[in-house]
Write a protein that binds this ligand. Structure first.
Ligand code: PEP
Ligand code: MG
Length: 307
């Protein structure tokens, strides 16, 4: 309790960037108000139903999402649609083995191949939206059609339930989504950059392989350029662009996110105090052109150290 009270004192009056938390358990939901976070930028719904043999039904999903929204209020929760596959296999989907799971049946691909599963989750979230404002986010987007398909189902189901559509966002976790950000921006309400996967796919580095995964702890110039593309695509429509991968938790990179023009960061709650502390003193923003001109990770680090 005391630690939480002490922590709250260093929350700057006006943060230049919205700070949110990532959650994947009911316990983390319960702790959310104590973190002072203004939102839940990522709720990993695929981790909310462990040890199951079957897909959770509508009633169970409504119950869990409602519980989470209630515990987190007044923070608005961004529910990510089930991100099954890759590093998060769901036993009840019975997908069998794949030669290369990271490039396989994953995220939105699984949902579009299981329309009933997608519909049930959307219906559950719509039901909860009667009582709590929430946002819905699509994982592992790589094509426009995937966004259009979800948007269409959401609009149809919301119409049937006589409800407005909650804000719908796309995760930018593949280079394809980043390259298509201008196209996607016409169809979504917000972007959330998943740097864990975006870096994995951009650098061809397996996040699960200890021999190479270390390379994902530093920001590469290619990642910076892709992220800048997303910000540029979002700006004409004033769409929020949040970063919710692990990199958001590192205070050293704050000048980079501010310099690029990200509107929010979402991270594990334990990382928030250090980020807030870094924001207490004004952050010198590196020139955007200088950031985009960096030719290597080393040049980028040198530039950020001056900030
Ligand atoms: C990401 O890829 O950066 C992300 C936030 O999603 P996850 O780590 O759950 O794949
Ligand atoms: Mg991801």
């Amino acid at each position: 309790q005391e630690a939480l009270a002490g922590e709250a004192e260093v929350i700057p009056a006006a943060s230049p960037i919205a700070l949110g938390v990532n959650i994947s358990t009911l316990l983390e939901a319960r702790k959310t108000p104590g973190t002072g976070a203004s939102s839940v930028g990522l709720c990993r719904t695929e981790l909310l139903f462990p040890n199951r043999q079957q897909a959770p039904g509508l009633e169970r999903q409504v119950q869990i999402y409602q519980h989470i929204a209630r515990e987190c209020a007044p923070a608005v929760v961004t529910f990510r649609l089930l991100d099954a596959g890759g590093d998060k296999p769901l036993p009840w989907l019975g997908k069998g083995s794949e030669p290369n799971p990271a490039l396989g049946w994953h995220g939105i691909r699984v949902l579009l191949d299981n329309p009933q599963l997608l519909d049930t989750q959307l219906q559950a979230l719509l039901e909860v939206s009667r009582q709590y404002p929430l946002r819905i986010m699509i994982p592992m987007v790589s094509e426009l059609d995937e966004v259009l398909a979800v948007k269409d189902r959401l609009a149809t189901l919301a119409g049937q339930m006589a409800l407005p559509c909650p804000p719908l966002g796309a995760m930018v976790e593949t280079p394809s989504a980043a390259m298509l950000a201008d196209v996607l921006a016409e169809e979504v309400d917000f972007f959330s950059i998943g740097s864990n996967d975006l870096a994995q796919y951009t650098l061809a580095v397996d996040r699960e392989n200890p021999k190479v995964a270390d390379r994902l702890n530093a920001v590469s110039p290619a990642l910076v350029r892709l992220m800048a593309r997303v910000v540029d695509a979002a700006q004409p429509r004033s769409l929020p662009v949040t970063l919710c991968g692990e990199l958001a938790a590192s205070p050293d990179y704050l000048p980079l996110w501010l310099g690029l023009g990200l509107t929010g960061l979402s991270m594990q709650a334990s990382a928030l105090p250090a980020i807030r502390q870094r924001l207490v003193t004004p952050v010198a923003l590196p020139e955007r052109q200088a950031l985009l001109g960096c030719r290597s990770t080393a040049e980028l680090s040198a530039l950020l150290q001056k900030a």
